[in-house]
Design a protein around this ligand. Structure first.
Ligand code: NAP
Length: 282
């Protein structure tokens, strides 16, 4: 029997007004898991800033939030650009007010063999995932500290932070850096009332994945590969994010929570046949 399916989308997990009057920034909040998290914060009363590069993505996120009757704005941002990060936070403050929560979700998703990976591909993923997370977090904290306000930062990690993984040398190394950064920043900013946590999703398929990953989706096979017998549903990740940033987690900081149906722990004596990288990502 697989792990039970969660209650459906729309079910309240925290009290309905948990984020009333709060401002939440979600980088990459217009697609996939970022959008699913933005929607769960909005359902609990937050105003949402969807920050990413592409207008059509931002518009998707804003529409999903607005459909719940919540306030949302789309703000253009490339998280690699420190000047743009500062001016984006200015714009969010002008339109929604100062941010209470930052979700560092933006990432580059393109598997590649290490020997075929260009320097540009390596730099680009590390720049978005690790440098972008640092730049947005530091901007958030400087502002919260200046106005003596508490805050919560949630970094979106990945379980290959611990294991590494074929085809993901760039992303796994960057996510490992993000997990480590989570711990440093949690200690530095706890005296300022700012919590920093990390949420590592397992397999959470969604329709916004890039074509190369969409093509690899095979729900039946995926379910058999996961000890929990099923993939994650994006709103489950949204619930975890809203809990980790909420007052109910006020003493929780520097932690990485894994939500993956025990998938990353399954290594054991009965392993499937090894598939070389050339065959996985030709
Ligand atoms: P996704 O749909 O591809 O989302 C990535 C988002 O990042 C996009 O909205 C994109 O928006 C934004 N982005 C990319 N580069 C950016 C940049 N330079 N500046 C600002 N925004 C940028 O992927 P996803 O599956 O939802 O993944 C969300 C997070 O979960 C990622 O951190 C990913 O590593 C993690 N994760 C996902 C899974 C999964 O099963 N889906 C598993 C493990 C971890 P623009 O193109 O508009 O910039």
């Amino acid at each position: 029997m697989p792990l039970p399916t969660p209650p459906p989308v729309g079910t309240a997990m925290l009290p309905p007004r948990t984020y009333a009057g709060k401002v939440v920034i979600v980088t990459g909040g217009g697609t996939g898991l970022g959008k699913a998290m933005a929607v769960e914060f909005a359902r609990l009363g937050a105003g949402i800033a969807v920050a990413s590069r592409k207008a059509e993505h931002r518009e998707n996120g804003v529409q999903a939030v607005a459909a719940l009757g919540a306030r949302a704005i789309g703000v253009e941002l490339d998280v690699r650009n420190d000047d743009a990060v500062a001016s984006t936070f200015d714009r969010i403050e002008e339109e929604l007010g100062p941010a209470d929560v930052l979700i560092n979700n933006a990432a580059g998703n393109f598997p590649s063999q290490a020997v075929k990976m260009s320097a540009n591909a390596w730099r680009s993923v590390v720049d978005i995932v690790l440098n972008g997370t640092f730049l947005c977090s530091a901007e958030f904290a400087r502002r919260a500290i200046a106005r003596t306000a508490p805050g919560a930062i949630l970094n979106i990690g990945a379980t290959y932070s611990w294991t590494g993984g074929p085809g993901t040398a760039h992303s796994a190394a960057a996510k490992a850096g993000v997990m480590n950064l989570t711990q440093s920043l949690a200690v530095e900013w706890a005296p300022n009332g700012i919590r920093v946590n990390c949420l590592a999703p397992g397999l959470f398929p969604h329709d916004d994945l890039p074509p190369v990953l969409l093509a690899r989706q095979n729900p039946e096979a995926d379910c058999k590969r996961i000890p929990g017998g099923r993939v994650g549903q994006p709103h489950e990740l949204g619930w975890a994010a809203t809990y980790l940033c909420s007052p109910y987690a006020a003493y929780l900081t520097g932690h990485t929570m894994v939500l993956d149906g025990a998938n990353w722990l399954r290594r054991g004596l009965a392993m499937p046949d090894f598939v070389p990288i050339d065959e996985q990502f030709p």
